[in-house]
Write a protein of this length. Structure first.
Ligand code: GUN
Length: 294
């Protein structure tokens, strides 16, 4: 039987609904509206699309959002000066610097310059450390989205073997840290595969849950999965497709057609994890406002 296709857009809509309600009661209680500032440096077309999605989501939940478009030639010193100003501005609760940044700017120095309480991406080393020791303040949006999908589709990782493919700082490693915690939403046995793993299939075939976050199109095929497993595809890759008017389509790290014949449930790309990332950014902005006001 083909797999259940998990509808990430629907799950994201329920989270936005919850956040909208909470924003409403926060505003009522404090008189303060949560505010997010997005810094977008340069003209990367994909970044512009992502930032637009964030802006639309903010509007839907009642969060004030402002995108500042900065030139491709912005220096690191200029960007740091803007961040310091936003750090000091009590009316700003969340700051997001869209990645990637132009080559003249160090992403590490930029992330470290953020007030960690306003770091709605959860990328600051302080937040990474708190998550690793099981005391999270601001959790990264995409890994949290994966946990929300699992929890809200009846696929809790508790007691399961989760195989993560990918060790990035924004998905693979934070997921590893979150999934091993002794909490109701996690408590999994975790294996992490990466480019140094000689036979990835040997591990993914032993996973009750497989999370693909390697950034390599169709790396995970159906024959690399255990029948009845749950597959979460975090990848967003451009795949050449002459039949599409753009000349490409978006595809994940999982070969969807073969995987859906083996898995019990699977997330599509697009329409799987992506919408959750944006919804959880809204939740983090609300959390930041709750932590900072009062
Ligand atoms: N670029 C791609 N994904 C992300 C993300 O989650 N946050 C930021 N800031 N930039 C990104």
């Amino acid at each position: 039987m083909p797999a259940e296709i998990i509808d990430g857009r629907q799950i994201a809509a329920s989270i936005r609904k919850e956040v909208r309600q909470e924003v409403k009661s926060f505003v009522k209680k404090t008189g303060v509206t949560p505010r997010l500032v997005v810094l977008l440096v340069g003209d990367d077309p994909a970044s512009h699309v992502y930032v637009r999605q964030k802006s639309l989501a903010a509007e839907k939940v009642g969060i004030l959002e402002e995108t500042r478009n900065l030139s491709d030639a912005t220096t690191e010193a200029e960007l740091l000066r803007i961040i310091h100003e936003l750090n000091r501005d009590a009316s700003v609760h969340g700051i997001l610097v869209q990645m990637p940044l132009p080559a003249q700017i160090s992403p590490t120095r930029v992330i470290e310059s953020l007030d960690y309480r306003k770091d709605v991406d959860g990328f600051h080393p302080h937040n990474v450390g708190l998550a690793a020791i099981g005391s999270p303040l601001m959790e990264p949006c995409t890994p949290t989205g994966v946990l929300e999908i699992l929890a809200r589709t009846g696929n809790a990782p508790d007691g399961k073997h989760v195989v993560i493919v990918g060790r990035s700082n924004i998905v693979g490693k934070p997921l590893m840290n979150m999934l091993v915690q002794k909490t109701a939403r996690a408590n999994a046995t975790v294996t992490v595969c990466h480019t140094g793993t000689s036979d990835i299939g040997e591990y993914t075939r032993r996973g009750d849950i497989v999370i693909a976050a390697a950034g390599r199109a169709e790396l995970i095929k159906g024959d690399m999965l255990r029948p009845g497993s749950v597959v979460i595809d975090v990848g967003v890759n451009r795949v050449d497709d002459p039949s599409d008017e753009r000349g490409y389509r978006l595809g994940g790290d999982v070969e969807f057609e073969s995987a859906k014949e083996v898995a019990r449930a699977i997330t599509p790309v697009p329409g799987g994890v992506g919408p959750l990332t944006v919804a959880l950014l809204m939740r983090n902005t609300l959390t930041a406002a709750q932590n900072l006001v009062g």
